[in-house]
Unconditional design. Structure first.
Length: 390
């Protein structure tokens, strides 16, 4: 096995990268078998558009493992980070404590999809007789790269259960958090889904949907070649508005959407709301084999319940119509519970070089985990689904 590092994903052949990604996704029970975010085209769009680039604090250092025949046997989307922005697994407190104690937390090594809080394979290993050897080489290569780069730690975010288990066996510290996903229980229509809810919530959701569209608003679903430049222009304005209000500076550049439109539009669902002849709001989703991944939303007009309609209810409509198993609507947002989304645990793994910091983080995680599990259990009891009769 030969371990290498690519300073840009463009240096790795797309077909070889995608073969590793697809094989890994297929062996992740309960996850999407064709996760769009670990596809070469998506990651390349992030880099080519300078959204995930050194100037933004994302230095690509993608780890590669080649077999004796020179074939790519394993790889991982890896970045050297000078900050903790755009990750959605929050370690700012760890950095603060370490630097107050005289340590240097940054740079750190991150294995993740930039700006994307969606679970998927991170150790991308091609099927074959040497796949376990390749996976071990990948983990060993990450630790060697951490030392060579002078990084304090390795963070592998939004891991599948399979990757989490392997990393924990290798000594990484496991961490959990909670998101909200909609799960398709064989519903034939949106009304079938509503029938599974308590009567009060059914009425509330029907009212929200009516009122969201009451001011003469119509909704369009756009995919593939139907998405034109005008749609990307309008959506980027929505995205900027939301980004500027929520976190000060949007992460993605306008060029990112050009790249996605050029190379990856068949995996995109753009939900656009229009009133009086102009687009006023929209949400972008990415389509997996059995999952709809909701990513960004924005609006230039305020209308009651329009956010819920465009982001959540339209996503459920699409998932049911296309036989998808679930909708992942991104990080955070307890308001999703009332709309039929359920709490789901997410995972990350962390390898910290300094023994003192590692002990402190391990102690913190040991206390955090049961608290997150208790909260998820409580939230499941707060979902709007009809409770079984005792």
């Amino acid at each position: 096995m030969k371990i290498g590092v690519a300073g840009a994903i463009a240096a790795i052949p797309a077909a070889e990268w995608d073969a590793c990604a697809l094989d890994s996704a297929r062996h992740a029970p309960g996850e999407d078998a064709d996760n769009p975010f670990v596809r070469h085209a998506f990651l390349r769009a992030l880099e080519e558009s300078r959204s995930a680039a050194p100037r933004a604090g994302w230095q690509p250092l993608h780890l590669t493992v080649h077999d004796d025949a020179g074939k790519l046997a394993a790889t991982a989307p890896c970045y050297l980070k000078g900050h903790s922005q755009g990750e959605y697994v929050f370690d700012h407190a760890w950095a603060d404590v370490y630097e107050r104690a005289g340590g240097r937390y940054y740079p750190k090594l991150l294995v993740a999809v930039p700006f994307t809080p969606a679970t998927g394979p991170r150790l991308l290993v091609r099927d074959g007789p040497a796949q376990e050897e390749a996976r071990d080489a990948l983990i060993g290569g990450l630790r060697a790269l951490r030392k060579e780069a002078g990084a304090s730690s390795i963070h592998v975010n939004f891991t599948t259960n399979a990757d989490s288990e392997r990393l924990e066996q290798a000594g990484f510290l496991p961490r959990i958090d909670c998101q909200y996903h909609w799960l398709n229980e064989g519903f034939g229509s949106f009304e079938d889904f509503l029938s599974a809810l308590a009567s009060r919530r059914r009425k509330t959701i029907r009212r929200e949907r009516r009122e969201a569209l009451a001011p003469g608003i119509t909704v369009e679903h756009l995919r593939g070649s139907d998405i034109a430049e005008e749609h990307w222009d309008a959506f980027f304005a929505f995205y900027q508005d939301t980004g500027n209000r929520k976190w000060g500076r949007p992460y993605l550049t306008r060029a990112f959407y050009d790249e996605i439109g050029r190379t990856f539009a068949d995996r995109v669902l753009l939900v656009m709301a229009k009133r009086a002849g102009r687009y006023i709001a929209g949400a972008i989703n990415f389509i997996g084999q059995n999952t709809l991944f909701g990513r960004h939303w924005g609006a230039i007009e305020e209308h009651p319940f329009l956010h819920f309609e465009v982001c959540y209810y339209q996503a459920i409509d699409f998932a049911i119509a296309n036989g998808l198993a679930r909708v992942e609507a991104g990080a955070q947002g307890e308001h999703k519970l009332a709309r039929g989304y359920r709490p789901v645990l997410t995972h990350s793994c962390h390898d910290i070089a300094d023994p003192a910091l590692r002990r402190a983080v391990a102690d913190y995680l040991a206390q955090e985990r049961p608290a997150v599990e208790r909260e998820a259990c409580y939230l499941e009891g707060e979902t709007p689904f009809r409770k079984p009769t005792p």
